[in-house]
Design a protein around this ligand. Structure first.
Ligand code: ZN
Length: 451
């Protein structure tokens, strides 16, 4: 009787497998005959075969799946390599090698970061696992797709995600600082830093602005087709009222020139050396110019510059266009850079942890160019930038450097600039205020709650 029911269950399985995977009929027959040849007692065979979760049945349905092409999303974790991840799917070394070869020039393996994912397509058959293709999204701006062509070779293509530029308008009031107020309103840090740079020639961020001063910004934002913000673009316009005075600055590119910052009269805002040759969001003045007690030597002596305390590694910028006079280690100054500018000015940057590779004696540098990083080399109690300004061999207070001659837009550019200004005005009037939108949302929320 037991033997009989066993035969029935085997017959049932054969039918089930025939339906599930006709192609595997032959293989299955071999499996069954192997199973029957085993010395396993009949009862156990019976139990196994009538059980829906028996290994053989699973094997059967899996065989069916293995015939098909499969898609898999692969998550990248720390320490993974493309090869190690693909090997987990039994993809051959040869396929991994061919894929890597094809990806070369389109995808830098270093662009694949932990937390990201990519997708693969592969096929399993008697010969093993064959990789059919892979798709990577190393950034929000493009995808890298690798597929086999008719000849079976991998072909890789880089597809750029179409981005559109959208103008954003934000207005607000300064609270603790302009930087934190702007960030709180959702303005990207890159744009805020640009705005600070644009304003830094005419507005003193330490003493010139106060809580409650209004500001307005217009900047570009790149969005994908779904309207997701992908990356910030450039600052177009910034206005701020400081000490009752309205400052308006436009980012404008005269014909055939790079964009620069101009005031409403079409004058370049760059009229002096940068007063703060360091990322101003990360620094504080730790020691001013003039007489002080030296923090290490203990006695009173003149401090020939200004110290900016900032985290180790903070970027240090050239205060103005110029030529590098010295770049290297210089006693108590540690790593030291000295630059000569127009009008008889020279500037010094000391205690740097690192001098930028392009900052060599005789090299030309641009205002705002990174020349090194904050450190504590030489005689220093902690990471800070020691900054000196020297006018005709006399140390002067960097905070009170006289303005350099004003540069105007050329007459032929002024008309275009005035038109550009009008466009900005129109855009400001036409665009909703982000801040106001937010408060309207808030009002709606309150109303809804009451209703
Ligand atoms: Zn100093």
């Amino acid at each position: 009787m037991k033997r009989h029911s066993h035969l029935i269950s085997v017959a049932f399985m054969v039918v089930a497998c025939l339906i599930a995977a006709r192609e595997y009929y032959i293989n299955y027959q071999i499996d069954v005959s192997l199973g029957q040849a085993d010395n396993v007692p009949a009862e156990e065979q019976n139990l196994n075969h009538s059980n829906q979760t028996s290994p053989m049945l699973i094997g059967c349905s899996n065989s069916n799946e293995e015939l098909e092409e499969q898609y898999q999303t692969v998550e990248i974790r720390k320490g993974d390599t493309l090869g190690s991840l693909l090997a987990k799917f039994d993809i051959s070394k040869q396929d991994i090698e061919s894929l890597n070869k094809s990806l070369k020039g389109h995808l830098n393996p270093r662009d694949l970061k932990p937390g990201q994912a990519f997708s693969i397509q592969y096929k399993k058959d008697q010969q093993g696992v064959q990789l059919l293709g892979a798709e990577f999204k190393p950034s929000l701006e493009y995808t890298v797709v690798c597929e086999r062509n008719e000849k079976g070779q991998f072909k890789t293509q880089k597809n750029t995600v179409e981005l559109k530029t959208v103008l954003k308008r934000v207005d607000g009031r300064i609270n603790a600082s302009f930087y934190s107020a702007a960030l709180k309103l959702g303005i990207p840090a890159k744009v805020v830093k640009e705005a600070i740079k644009a304003l830094s020639y005419s507005v003193n961020f330490q003493h010139g602005i106060k809580s409650g001063d209004p500001f307005e910004l217009l900047y570009e934002q790149y969005e994908d087709a779904q309207g997701n913000s992908i990356k910030p673009g450039n600052l177009k316009y910034i206005s701020v009222v400081a000490k009752g005075q309205l400052h308006r600055i436009y980012s404008y590119a005269p014909a055939g020139n790079c964009a620069g910052y101009y005031n409403a009269r079409g004058e370049s805002v760059i009229r002096s050396l940068l007063q703060t040759p360091i990322d101003s969001s990360r620094m504080r003045v730790t020691s001013g110019f003039g007489s002080r007690v030296h923090p290490i030597k203990g006695f009173r002596r003149d401090h020939k510059g200004v110290d900016f305390g900032a985290p180790h590694g903070t970027a240090v910028m050239a205060a103005g266009d110029g030529v590098v006079l010295k770049a290297g280690y210089f006693g108590d100054y540690g790593n030291y850079v000295r630059i000569r500018h127009a009008g008889g000015y020279e500037t010094v940057y000391a205690h740097l942890s690192k001098i930028a590779s392009g900052t060599r004696i005789g090299a030309s540098v641009k205002q705002g160019q990174v020349i090194g990083n904050v450190g504590a080399t030489g005689l220093a109690t902690g990471p800070h930038l020691h900054h000196e300004v020297i006018l005709k061999n006399v140390h002067v207070n960097p905070q009170s450097v006289k303005a350099l001659p004003t540069t105007h837009l050329a007459t032929k550019d002024i008309q275009k600039f005035n038109k550009f200004k009008q466009e900005i005005e129109t855009q400001i009037v036409g665009l909703p205020m982000k801040n106001q939108l937010a408060s309207n949302d808030l009002n709606d929320a309150v109303k809804n709650k009451i209703a």
